[in-house]
Design a protein around this ligand. Sequence first.
Ligand code: SF4
Length: 332
Amino acid sequence: MSAPVSLGAEDSATLSGLCRIRHDWTRAEISALFDLSFPELIFRAQSIHRQHFDPTEVQISTLLSIKTGGCPEDCAYCPQSARYDTGVHAEKLMTLDAVLAEARAAKSAGASRFCMGAAWRSPKDRDLEHVCEMVEVVKGLGLETCATLGMLTAAQARQLKRSGLDYYNHNLDTSPEFYGAIITTRVYQDRLQTLEHVRDAGIYVCCGGIVGMGEIRADRIGMIATLASLPVHPESVPINMLVRVAGTPLADQPPLDPFEFVRTIAVARITMPRSVVRLSAGREDMSEETQALCFLAGANSIFYGPKLLTTANPERDRDRVLMDKLGLSPMK
Ligand code: SF4
């Protein structure tokens, strides 16, 4: 049993309803949150969640891989890296019509946001023009748009903004210290730079990470500390549980304790109170009970649909049943 943890005046202010949004979270404070007893942590996260969101609403996004496989990067968790033999083959960029058909289907299934992912280190200008066309037509359907295309220059970010892009996803993945064990083909600073370009272009930021990659708690603390110290918190914070894909270097990684995953969600909720926290990859192998705990801990977004880029995701019907059981409804 851990001793009671003092979190200081700032935290008390947050709980008493003043809820100043902080960008100066220290690792010690975040560590103290992780160390709280589970009931206390969930209570704090749920209390803060209710100050900013309707706890019965869940934002629903659909993710489509518009350009699959053949990526030159070496992200150790990713089946789309050309360096690993995972059975994922390189495909061409999808056509505009095919993307439009998928977006229409996503909208009629209840999605409010349509995310388009491409397995690139960074987009070539010619490819970016095609993606911008896709953004325009998807936006024309009345959906929010999101893209994840790798590293962007400032000019590319502005071009995407002009096409109507609402969100750009670019994850930090893990702590600065553990990053080199997962990716060697670009550095943490590259990631932060792309986030800066996206923010400067006026696009909302979707940025989170992956847990269960063999990192220790200090790395989960470091990741949240980095996210919560950004000058503006990401509007959307996806927290992914590693999907262990055969052929990737992390295929045999032991699974992370689900309670540690829930704790990570809760700490993200407390430190970034106004951000939508997304229960992202890894739901396929997660029990209904763990997912319910994640919603209690302040997760309020999911990806909906049978596939997450190239890995399985719970079927839409399963999600609908779970949401009905929990009395949750799609966020308007
Ligand atoms: S995560 Fe993205 S950048 Fe990394 S290998 Fe996969 S597709 Fe490429």
